[in-house]
Design a protein. Sequence first.
Lengths: 493, 94
Amino acid sequence: MAALHSHTLSQIRDLLAAKKVTAEEVVTDCIAQIRATEPSIQALLFRNDEAALNQAREMDKQGPQPGQLLWGVPILLKDVLTTKGIPTTCGSKMLKDFTPCYDAYLVARLKEHGAIILGKNNMDEFAMGSSTENSAFGPSRNPWNPDHVPGGSSGGSAASVAACQAFAAVGTDTGGSIRQPASFCGIVGLKPTYGRVSRFGLIAYGSSLDQAGPMARTVEDTALILDIIAGHDPQDSTSVNISVPDYAAALTARTDLQGIRIGMPKEYWGEGLAPEVAEACNQTIEQARRLGAEIIPVSLPHTSYAIATYYIIAMAEASSNLARFDGVRYGARDTTADDLLGMYTKSRSTGFGEEVQRRIMLGTYVLSAGYYDAYYKKAAQVRRLIRQDFLDALSQCDVLAGPACPTTAFALGENTADPLQMYLTDIFTISLNLSGLPGLSLPIGLGKDSGLPVGLQLFGSKFGETSLLQIAHVLEQHTPRLPFPQGLVDSTI
Amino acid sequence: MHITTNDVYKIATLARLEIDEKQAAVFATQMDTILEYMDTLNELDTSTIAPMYSPVDHATVLREDETAQHYNSEQMLQNAPEQGGGYFIVPKIV
């Protein structure tokens, strides 16, 4: 049998349920893989080794529980999700010593289904960034080439899953933070429809954009996680009360793409797209055509306004959300000030990193008297136009397809000098968050120039995760699976 | 619109941040560039477009105003930088 950690989530779950392996064996194997790979990728902020092993031993005494869909399966969580009794830092000095007294809704759901929390993943501070270089605790690295970024902000989660440290992770996506790192690290990442997964316990960045979702090595594994974390939660008023389909079971309903119309938005296939990314994506589109799909040219005419719109709205919401960090109830306090106002300002200035402060400043500006209409309201109006683009395009087809990112993973330090340059790398992912629609990044191969993974992005209709996953699953079955990242030392070698 | 270091100080006060002279100069330049980029939205006539503040279509969710205790005060205070006697302690206000 292959090393346990290199199985898919679906395989390991079945082996555990059939008592062919114990939870302790699986956890032990993943910990060994973490020990072997973590020095190269630095994907974790907290390792839960001992507690996870103890939990696994206790579970083994009871034996597999039929109702628990992830019984004994080790998973990882982005450190923006609150975990009861486990530190939750958001990649920030501000929350360096914060240990929540409650689980995020989705964490509680995963635990109910017998998943074992193996650790917390590194991320850009408060999810603000596209490379993990904004983490207060140092950047993570791409398993395919440690000189390159894993993407962000869920970069630690993507690197961990690609390096087989665990069978899946849950990340969050405010402007591409699941799909972009999934693409850079060669795994599957799904941003569900806004409202599909409860945001209770997701430490807020941009509340009208934030959405948690699965990151895994296969489409089926992605569906299995979504099956568990999706659903209505009264603790999040934006969580939608509609039934949750059985996403994983629905995958077998489709074996080809007959009758499927795939829209290619022309704005995603032009200038600025690296030739190796275009080539890999085009090959997959050709494959889709051979599998029976009809490929339709469509347009998202307001795409060039998406970055400006997104950053105005995200920064406005961030400046409001992060006002709660005042050094009083939780978070770091600077003790050098002798009055309350001084304590607020000093705590915030020493606790927040530079990018977070920049976004709070810009957000405060666009919400301030005299500028609110010109920036925030204007962006909210353009947001409606951007969403309408998607609705119009999706009225002609089942899904849209385009590259997840203009390039493969960039080098560490390549985009850090100029913040605007870094924002511009998000061009293909942010529109979707403005619209609230679901999107998935599927690994389709390695770029022929960089040798780094390329992701094809599929956009679906509102609550259209089932067909999004089905189409991705068919494409995945006809695309060679990526090997274990070369250059990374596996624990079994 | 041109952002000056004085504007940066004013925004920092509103945002409860303390910015030193060197950082103010850097932020002024960066914010200027970023806001200039954001001004591209003015190319679009949006006078008849209703703002979209959330992707959610459903109405505000209301619930009965019933009290419930999910956590005890010890849990609520456990992450406080300074606490005592069941209270959050802050620097002297008056």
